[in-house]
Design a protein around this ligand. Sequence first.
Ligand code: SAM
Length: 232
Amino acid sequence: MTPPHANQHDAAAPGWRDKPLADFVTALVAREDPVLRAIRLETPRRGLPAISLGPDEGRILHLLAASCGARKAVEVGTLAGYSACWLARALPADGVLHTVEADPRHAAVARENLARAGLSGKVFVHEGPAAEVLPRLSEKGPFDLVFIDADKGGYPVYARFAADHLRSGGLVVCDNAYLFGKLHRDDLDPSDEDAPKVPAMRRCLALLTDESLFSSCAMIPTGEGMAVAVRR
Ligand SMILES: C[S@@+](CC[C@H](N)C(=O)[O-])C[C@H]1O[C@@H](n2cnc3c(N)ncnc32)[C@H](O)[C@@H]1O
């Protein structure tokens, strides 16, 4: 039975998912342990922006890493280490996550949080702008998964890095792919700070949907849009 007025094939149609249902499902499949919960809740209290993934998105990342048998992964945009924690937990004991963070204060908090999570031996926080750090990580590839969650203008460069350094069957995952609801807008005022990010995100998605590079690409319709593609 479909909800009233809903076409089950129409992504924009209203569905069953209201807040009580969403909360129930989060508690069921994306329950945070005390460490993850503390990292997420303490992030704004420590003066960092509250822009980490939510638990459901963390679980999706964990599932994607587990489903491709990831051992070696890269993350662009660490913040306080919340998504790094989800991702690293999906890797085997000898797995490695290289996570890149431009802001030294964020990197310091992330190192602390990852130590608290017992993940210091598995997650390496590389400090600096991703465009400078990623080339230095090339030699550590090929990678099984690249997760992109940093400055949106840089996404095409980071997606290119993923295309060049993923093994066949590896995954690239891009958060905020709806670009705050503006991805489809051609009428943004040039003074809108997101206006220059629209062509950047579209170039990133053009790469992910290039079938000579990626065999399959889908948009997971989280609130922010999470684009995923499988390297050919
Ligand atoms: C949305 S937050 C990352 C959230 C994190 N992935 C999580 O869910 O816990 C984006 C982070 O990217 C960092 N960042 C922004 N531009 C960057 C760049 N050019 N290179 C590396 N990191 C960058 C920001 O400082 C910020 O900490």
